[in-house]
Design a protein around this ligand. Structure first.
Ligand code: SAH
Length: 506
């Protein structure tokens, strides 16, 4: 069999945005993904759902898989004709043994491609506000291994040249040997006053930066207990950090925020939070499932030609409606004479994905506003199709019927709590490692509390409770939660803005 190909892909330092376009392209066509602990596990979701995953990194108590084993795995999978994505933290050719893997493949005659990545030293410097070169401070840069293994001697390094011959030094894997690195640099002529920065988990919301000088950095690291993975940057350029830091200044930097939306819907919200520096913790408390049977929905769809309005009040509703339409062998033309109402911009955006532009969107995004809007239209004698969630309030059908409309409102989807989702968050809450919990609907409140169990309210006592709007807040309060943050406009963007104001009252 003709062998497949192995892509040695630099996955960057951690932030999901810092993989290259080429890296993602290769990952998306992979049959096999081989990764280690420095590559962001979120990238696994980019590979096809059918792809095999092989973890070869080190975990607590277990060393990294031996290099020969990794080489053999890459070779074996490629020999099966498969496309292999070998994800490596940072850049594959910078202290990543990418060279060894590529040589092995070359010697076996297996095609490979190297996709460079953003190496940790570059990323750490950028995200800590340290230009690695600046013509006023330095014109040269060295990337140096600090051999995390304290048994190994660092004798291969020419300390006298490094100490005085290079402006900026970046040490990888150097935390265990920091005392030795500092001592050698000073012994070989680097002034004790030279600035040093240690950057841990660079580019992630867990980033920590410690600055000092060759004289005091060891004591500082000891006192703060800073651990690997971290890069150590040595040089005058570190002085620029005071003015140039930006990442750690973000308004929600490092805040750990639980997102209770469905896995499919959490993406947008996670991104908004991440852009402000927060660490979203996914706890999908809702799973969308079809109705017990489709009879009523199908009958309503069959009657679309004599229907005047279609009302959709959530992105889920939109997806379910179009999914069913498609299953029935129908498309957009089934809606030819129907006026379409979306409850708000997110629902409208979900429609646009299917090529449908809503005719009406109320100014305020709630059922009452939809009713008002339709009352203004004059709906007496009109037929309105409202595919709804099982637990939806009955304001819409009731009020519209009262206005003289014929309302067809079958249950189109149900929301269930997925089993087991609460465990991780429960542990984080117990360990006081959560800053805020966000709720975007009453059912997220109810399902989340149910997932956590009887002591839920107690567990949430010291946590900031964020709700999307008054109805969700009312549900939360009814269950004994103290809602501290609620945006004026009932949107995800509003929630993020309200959180920022909450943490930074001006
Ligand atoms: N090929 C990788 C380096 C692997 S060696 C790259 O190009 O970045 C592992 C070392 O990289 C760690 O000991 C640490 O020094 C550094 N490192 C990797 N990711 C890091 C991160 N997010 N923050 C700080 N240091 C990191």
């Amino acid at each position: 069999m003709k062998p497949g190909i192995v892509y040695l892909i630099g996955a960057g330092p951690g932030d999901r945005g810092l993989i290259t376009v080429r890296g993602l392209e290769c990952l998306r066509r992979a049959d096999v993904v081989v990764y280690d602990y420095l590559a962001n596990p979120a990238f696994l979701d980019e590979a096809p759902a059918t792809a095999e995953h092989h973890y070869v990194g080190k975990t607590r108590g277990r060393h990294q898989a031996p290099q020969e084993e990794i080489n053999a795995l890459l070779e074996a999978k490629a020999r099966e004709g498969k496309t292999v994505a070998r994800l490596k933290g940072g850049d594959p050719y910078v202290f990543g043994r990418g060279g060894e893997e590529a040589l092995h493949l070359h010697r076996c005659g297996i095609p490979f491609e190297i996709v460079p990545g953003v190496t940790a030293g570059f990323a750490a410097a950028a995200y800590a506000g340290i230009p690695l070169t600046h013509r006023d401070f330095t014109t040269s840069l060295a990337l140096v291994t600090g051999h995390e293994d304290p048994d190994k001697k660092m004798s291969s390094l020419d300390w006298s040249k490094l100490a005085t011959g290079v402006g900026t030094l970046v040490f990888y894997m150097g935390m265990a040997n920091l005392p030795l690195i500092v001592r050698e640099l000073m012994a070989h002529g680097r002034p004790a006053s030279t600035p040093v920065a240690v950057v841990r988990w660079a580019t992630t919301p867990r980033q920590q930066t410690l600055t000092g000088t060759l004289a005091d950095i060891v004591v500082q690291v000891r006192e703060t207990g800073l651990k690997p993975p971290a890069v150590i940057i040595v040089g005058e350029v570190i002085r620029l950090r005071e003015e140039l830091q930006w990442f750690e200044n973000r308004p929600l930097f490092g805040r750990r925020i639980v997102v209770t939306r469905t896995a499919e819907q959490a993406g947008d919200f996670n991104r908004l939070l991440e852009e402000q520096g927060a660490l979203p913790i996914g706890c999908p408390v809702i799973e969308i499932v079809p109705p017990q049977n489709w009879q009523e929905v199908d009958a309503a769809i069959a009657g679309l030609s004599s229907t005047d309005y279609l009302v959709l009040t959530s992105a889920n509703g939109v997806d379910i409606f179009f999914g069913r339409l498609r299953q029935l062998g129908l498309d957009l033309r089934a809606l030819a004479g129907v006026k379409v109402v979306a409850v708000g911009p997110k629902t409208a955006a979900a429609m646009e994905v299917f090529g449908l532009l809503p005719d009406l969107v109320p100014a305020e995004y709630r059922a009452e506003a939809v009713v008002e809007l339709l009352q203004q239209e004059g709906v007496a004698g009109k037929r309105i199709f409202y595919p709804r969630a099982e637990k939806a309030r009955d304001v819409l059908p009731r009020e519209l019927a009262a206005a003289g409309a014929e309302v067809v409102a079958p249950v189109a989807y149900r929301t269930l709590a997925p089993a087991g989702a609460g465990e991780t968050v429960r542990h984080l809450l117990q360990a006081k490692e959560v800053d805020a919990v966000t709720f975007t609907s009453s059912s997220t409140v109810e399902n989340f509390l149910a997932l956590l169990g009887p002591d839920a309210v107690e567990l949430l006592q010291d946590v900031t409770i964020v709700s999307i709007g008054p109805l969700t807040s009312a549900t939360a309060r009814r269950h004994g939660l103290n809602v501290q943050v609620e945006p004026p406009d009932y949107t995800l963007e509003g929630m993020v803005a309200a959180l920022i104001t909450y943490y930074h009252p001006s």
